[in-house]
Design a protein around this ligand. Structure first.
Ligand code: GTP
Length: 556
């Protein structure tokens, strides 16, 4: 293929606007997949993706299309649509020159339409607006055209109105890709320069790197070097994705495909890395911002004997998803485990689900927390409000875009669900990191008979300390078995107790065997019982079953 006949593009959209359905139609139209088969979301390969109906991992497919007497190679890079995965979107975009911006003809512009548009705009890509679902009864494509013109400054006559479901006008989309997206700017005669924009791990073949070639050629047997690690690898296989891997002799600049070179772990094929030929070093391509975890949670094997299995499962999954950060951690109650960082809550759930489905692992996941920076000075005294409005833009008479500055902690757990139910599903939401802000946070301890339980220490906002502390105490009360002595469960900030629950003692009837009225003996026994209780209390020797911790620490 001459470079002139190559196009590299992505589809970006708000969740559920029909990106995967459009991708399926494009694959069918170009004969990449058979029309007769059940082609529901072919690019959504993972079981979680099919179950949840969301794209998690970006997938790539090379399409061949004949138009006006020429054959074109169109490389489609699928992107996820959920807020948590915008990092994957920017990764995919780095290998493209243009995007299809899919907008639902009924819902119009939504939060991730805006966020994704700006990712493409910043990467200086050509944007083709595609208004989808025109077959719907409530579709109003003209209104959406006006929104697109107003918010993105794209003339309304550039919008292509389609029904991905029925296939209406989808051919126009392929033609627009050829007409409006420029071919990649590459030099085949220069030495190899390939960008790793994704990588997956295969048990038998090792790391499979998805690459976009900007310069040169690569073939089997070549010795390549990673600009990041400087390690040398021999190429075992190259090929294209159709969307399954199809080996080829060579990959040329302008092409997107995969490469296997005996790389055994994630650090050897980092996303954003540049590969070049041994002894022919090149200037690395600009990488991209590495993903910043926003939500942290502890992960422990349910059974400690499963530690090693879980460890290897986590390692394998993080090769596929390098946006997860992993640190070893241990907890008195839960044993050895890890502290994992995720891009968001859904990302965390998906990771957990993949561990269970693909690696058969059963884990305890603790309640997620967000990163804080503690400054030990009077600056915390500054009164910070929890949410600050930044601006407000009317998209049209019915829709308004609001920007707020929010503490991450407030949106991480159930904000999205509450927003959806408050607005009867009409509001949509996206976020980006706005840096650290000062806030009145306090460290809250949970005490059992006066002893701090280390694994339950939490950081909370001052105003919420009481309700959070109360909730933890209640949960702990429900899950702690009664013991021979009374247990006081307290939430405290410093020396101030803010919540308390009590687990009553079992009163073992020490007098049951005591016949008659021997008062001395009675007193002696009662004293011994009281001492026993005291002794246990003093050392804080409360048997807290692991289960109780699990119940308190677990999400849900
Ligand atoms: P994510 O992968 O989660 O980002 O979603 P997506 O944008 O890929 O959306 P998907 O293709 O899964 O479509 C979402 C829903 O809209 C599905 O139920 C589709 O069947 C439906 N849908 C997609 N295109 C059309 C269309 O043209 N008309 C109608 N009526 N429904 C459509």
């Amino acid at each position: 293929f001459s470079v002139e006949n190559i196009r590299n593009f992505s589809i970006i959209a708000h969740v559920d606007h029909g990106k995967s359905t459009l991708a399926d139609r494009l694959l069918e139209l170009t004969g990449t997949i058979d029309k007769t088969k059940n082609n529901k979301q072919v690019l959504d390969k993972l079981q979680v993706e099919r179950e949840r109906g969301i794209t998690v991992k970006a997938q790539t497919a090379s399409l061949f299309y004949n138009w006006e007497g020429k054959q074109y190679l169109l490389n489609l890079i699928d992107t996820p649509g959920h807020v948590d995965f915008s990092y994957e979107v920017s990764r995919s975009l780095s290998a493209c020159q243009g995007v299809l911006l899919v907008v639902d003809a009924n819902e119009g512009i939504q939060a991730q339409t805006v966020a994704n548009f700006f990712l493409a705009f910043e990467a200086q890509l050509s944007v083709i607006p595609v208004i989808n679902k025109i077959d719907l009864k409530n579709a109003d494509p003209e209104r959406v055209e006006k929104q697109i013109e107003k918010v993105f400054d794209i003339p309304s006559d550039e919008c292509i109105k389609i029904s991905a479901k029925l296939g209406t006008n989808v051919e126009r989309v392929l033609q627009a890709v050829i007409e409006r997206i420029p071919p990649p700017k590459v030099h085949r005669k220069n030495p190899l320069r390939a960008l790793v924009f994704d990588s997956t791990f295969d048990q038998y073949r090792g790391v499979i790197a998805n690459v976009a070639l900007f310069d040169g050629v690569v073939s089997k047997g070549d010795k390549i070097v990673s600009a990041h690690t400087k390690k040398i690898h021999e190429v075992n296989e190259v090929g294209v994705l159709n969307p399954n891997e199809q080996p080829a002799h060579k990959l040329y600049a302008g092409q997107v495909g995969y490469l296997i070179a005996g790389m055994k772990d994630v650090t050897e094929a980092q996303i954003g890395d540049t590969l070049y030929l041994h002894k022919q070093p090149v200037e690395p391509l600009p990488g991209f911002k590495s993903a910043k975890p926003m939500v942290f949670a502890g992960m422990y094997p349910i059974d400690q004997s499963e530690y090693n299995n879980l460890k290897s499962a986590i390692e394998k999954l993080t090769i596929n998803d390098s946006s997860v950060t992993v640190h070893r951690d241990s907890s008195l109650a839960l044993g050895a485990g890890w502290r994992l960082g995720f891009l968001g809550l859904l990302h965390m759930e998906v990771f957990n689900q993949r561990l269970e489905q693909e690696y058969n692992a059963s884990v305890i996941l603790t309640t997620p927390t967000v990163p804080y920076k503690a400054v030990l000075s009077s600056a915390k005294l500054i009164k910070a409000r929890r949410a600050v409005q930044k601006n407000m833009i009317f998209i049209d008479q019915n829709r308004v875009m609001l920007k707020y500055l929010f503490p991450l902690n407030e949106i991480v757990v159930d904000f999205y669900d509450s927003l959806k139910s408050l607005s009867s599903g009409y509001a949509s939401f996206d976020y980006e990191d706005a840096g650290y802000q000062t806030a009145e946070l306090v460290k809250m301890d949970i005490l059992l008979n006066g002893n701090i339980v280390e694994e339950l220490i939490t950081i909370v906002h001052k105003d919420k300390a009481h309700s959070v502390g109360k909730a933890i105490c209640e949960r702990l009360k429900d899950s702690l078995p009664r013991q021979l002595f009374e247990i006081a469960i307290q939430a405290a900030i410093g020396s101030k107790i803010i919540a308390r629950e009590t687990v009553k003692a079992y009163r073992k009837n020490v007098l049951a065997k005591c016949y008659g009225g021997d008062i001395t003996r009675k007193m002696k026994l009662l004293k011994r019982q009281a001492e026993g209780k005291k002794k246990l209390r003093k050392v804080g020797n409360i048997e807290v079953p692991r289960d109780a911790f699990i119940k308190v620490l677990k999400t849900q």
